[in-house]
Design a protein around this ligand. Structure first.
Ligand code: G
Ligand code: G
Ligand code: MN
Length: 403
């Protein structure tokens, strides 16, 4: 749970009720303000301290939407929850403000306040901020170097499918380490930060790319199609001007068309240095696809999408989870969907776990779907088996191909 929150609400009784709920949920420090201006002043005094703001819409002096806009202008990084049952028009306005100012609008809380819904929104606020798991057993620099030099880097594949016909469009290639001493493969949370810290991240990406391109022809033959492969890179790697050429050389040596390779860059970390933006452009010039990953958690406002050379945008799982019920997430996805169309970018919904969310998305959007519901990341042999089973349950693809 979050530990600090501000309540902006002019009704004393509602303030007390929210205060009571937050205390019961274990929020340690709660500040109550009677209007938006007082809340804004408190936040300006210590912006990184306050994790979440719950605001009424109608308040004297400064109302909830004005507060939302002011927080965006101040680059406030916490979550904002509007405590009011919103008409569609107001949801739309709030989302427009949120997307253009890049403030993290988490959702709206209808009155009377429902404790379960409040808990869900606070949880969502925390996920948007990207919490760090407390106990990560990081690899030592030596162990990571050993794994890299002994070729123990394993590509795991997670499918990205067309949500209208189930066709396999691409796969995200996720790095794993094979470690015989441990009983399962090691996940990236335990070694990517180590690789970034000790300057081993380029080496790691290079090996992962080489490894999976080596398997690519066999993969395509077994799958009967040529999915694009997407690799995650850290924004740090964009500081290296030789990165695009190095990646291009690997593709050329493997005889793989660069158009089949996408680089996913997270928006969780700020990407503003000229050098980074130039490298992004050069990756495009070299023929690679570029995907803006984890959209909705970071620093990109919707205008910047136009300025960056991305060919794809991936909506973060915190906006996808529960989208079948969450009106704010629905309106955000609708806005992104029209922008993606306008800029000719592919749109990916990632982290789909629930059937209800998958169905809601299928009924309302045509996009690329990715998530545990479709398949977890798997080794090459497992993903080939998964695809055989998938084709049996999604025969439309076969019908379309035979047309
Ligand atoms: O696969 P998993 O959910 O455990 O991945 C956790 C995180 O590690 C994700 O944010 C993913 O983007 C990141 N990750 C996985 N593989 C790579 C990689 O090869 N390079 C970088 N920079 N990040 C990766
Ligand atoms: O940060 P990035 O979007 O690259 O993270 C990718 C990681 O997200 C993958 O490594 C995968 O393990 C994880 N992931 C993929 N699908 C789901 C999902 O449906 N639910 C959750 N919780 N994680 C997922
Ligand atoms: Mn990714």
């Amino acid at each position: 749970m979050i530990s600090t929150a501000i309540i902006a609400e002019d009704s004393k009784s509602l303030q007390d009720l929210l205060l009571h709920h937050l205390e019961a949920l274990g929020v340690r420090e709660i500040l109550c303000c009677d209007n938006g201006e007082d809340a804004l002043l408190a936040i300006k005094g210590n912006p990184s301290h306050w994790e979440c703001v719950i605001t009424d819409l109608h308040m004297p002096v400064m109302d909830g939407l004005e507060l939302l806009e002011a927080l965006g202008n101040d680059n406030y990084r916490g979550g904002v929850i509007i405590a009011s049952s919103l008409e569609d028009r107001v949801v739309q306005m709030a989302v427009d403000i949120a997307l253009s100012h890049k403030v993290h609008l988490v959702g709206s809380l209808a009155k009377p306040i429902d404790a379960i819904e409040l808990t869900r929104l606070l949880q969502k606020s925390r996920e948007i901020k990207g919490f760090v798991p407390l106990e990560v057993k990081y690899l030592k620099q030596r162990e990571l170097l050993d794994s890299i030099s002994n070729n123990r880097i394993l590509p795991y594949y997670q499918p990205k499918v067309d949500n209208r016909n189930g066709q396999l469009i691409g796969m995200e290639v996720l790095c794993r380490l094979d470690c015989p001493e441990e009983h399962q493969v090691i996940s990236p949370d335990r070694f990517i930060p180590v690789a970034e810290k000790f300057n081993l991240i380029d080496l790691l990406t290079r090996q992962l790319l080489e490894q999976s391109l080596k398997d690519y022809k066999r993969l395509c033959q077994s799958l009967g199609c040529e999915p694009k492969l997407a690799f995650n890179i850290s924004p740090l790697q964009l500081h290296n001007p030789k990165f695009p050429t190095a990646m291009g050389d690997i593709c050329d040596r493997a005889g793989i068309d660069r158009g089949k390779v996408i680089f996913e860059v997270t928006e969780r970390q700020i990407m503003s240095e000229r050098k980074q933006l130039i490298t992004l452009d050069r990756l495009r010039i070299h023929g690679f696809g570029l995907s803006l990953d984890d959209f909705g958690t970071g620093f990109t406002n919707i205008r910047q999408l136009r300025e960056f050379p991305f060919t794809e945008v991936k909506v973060d799982r915190c906006l996808i989870k529960n989208i079948s019920k969450d009106r704010v997430s629905q309106v955000i996805l609708r806005a992104l969907s029209s922008i993606a169309q306008e800029f000719n970018m592919a749109l990916v919904a990632e982290g789909i776990e629930e059937l209800s969310d998958y169905q809601y998305i299928a009924e309302n959007f045509h996009l690329i779907a990715q998530g545990f519901l479709i398949s977890r990341p798997k080794s090459i042999d497992e993903i080939i088996r998964w695809h055989h089973a998938w084709l049996k349950t999604h025969p439309i693809e076969a019908t379309e191909e035979s047309d």
